[in-house]
Design a protein around this ligand. Structure first.
Ligand code: ATR
Length: 275
């Protein structure tokens, strides 16, 4: 089994480590290569890879959208999200999927299954690529409402307007989010605020946080972000976004191999590298 990752730059990607542990779980030999593709020659390099003998690959920044014209089939959910992070290669046919949002939701559900009930209201901070994936995955789950709050509110509204209408949706500013925070059962940060080196920044403050609400941050460098620190100081339940990386990898691995793998021991191994 041969897999690879494309992106630029790839620096210290954890994906070979994660997929190595999944290969161990199923008792198979395989390789997971890093292919740093420079933007100037991206198209030629992708065409060359079409002739190769791999079983599948992952796509990371900045190519999750650029890969789409090269695919033979695109899963409807990935099409709706507008980005692909996993490609399955079978008999020369390339099929694209997006496992980022579903991976995130699996992690949140593992820790806080009670959030996925008919009355739950989710607040997602940010309206970039990560937000789109998570919002579409949440939209498939049991909940009452999904609100997106972003510095640029129009970008939040664009995501909302593209959702298959199933729930109560809103696009609001950060100040509106702060003012109405007690309406939400989970707050999920997908913005880059709080990420090293800007560790003291956060999209909103949590003064009106509802009792029992969960605060989640997909930023995991630092492991405890300013938002998570404020949530902890209020005694709130928190969720760390590094698990999204492992669950999205597990879902990709399952698409490639057909084997179900256990993300939990891989998360433990990943954490020893992170902390
Ligand atoms: P990703 O793919 O990781 O989601 P992205 O598509 O670049 O990255 O999205 C980044 C998100 O972080 C956006 O919601 C962005 O807000 P805007 O849409 O208004 O640009 C948000 N973000 C980044 N820097 C920010 C800042 N300094 N203040 C507020 N929001 C910020």
């Amino acid at each position: 089994m041969r897999f690879f990752l494309i992106g630029y730059p790839l620096g210290h990607s954890m994906s070979p480590f994660l997929h190595g542990l999944f290969l161990d779980q199923i008792g198979q030999r395989g390789t997971y290569e890093l292919k740093e593709l420079i933007p100037e020659t991206f198209n030629d390099q992708i065409r060359a890879l079409k002739q190769s003998g791999y079983s599948g690959f992952n796509i990371t920044i900045p190519y999750k959208v650029d890969i789409m014209p090269f695919l033979d089939v695109i899963d409807p959910q990935a099409k709706a999200i507008g980005a692909v992070n996993t490609v399955v290669i079978k008999d020369g046919c390339w099929t694209g999927y997006n496992t980022d949002g579903a991976g995130y939701v699996q992690s949140l559900k593992y820790h806080y299954p009670q959030l996925f009930r008919p009355s739950s209201r989710f607040l997602v901070l940010g309206a970039g690529g990560a937000s789109r994936g998570i919002v579409h995955a949440l939209n498939n789950e049991t909940c009452a409402a999904i609100t997106i709050s972003n510095r640029t509110v129009e970008k939040a509204a664009t995501i909302i307007n593209a959702l298959p209408p199933k729930k109560d949706y809103q696009a609001i500013s950060f100040s509106e989010a702060e003012a109405t925070l007690d309406q939400y059962d989970a707050i999920i940060n997908t913005t880059s605020l709080g990420m090293e080196p800007n560790v003291d920044t956060q999209a909103i403050h949590l003064n009106r946080l509802k009792q029992g609400a969960v605060v989640s941050d997909i930023v995991y460098k630092p492991f405890v972000t300013a938002l998570i620190r404020e949530a902890m100081s209020k005694g709130a339940d928190v969720h760390h976004g590094h698990e999204m990386l492992v669950y999205q990898a597990a879902l990709a691995f399952e698409l490639w191999t057909g084997y179900n793998v256990d993300a939990r021991p891989v998360i433990e191994a990943f954490e020893t590298k992170l902390k």
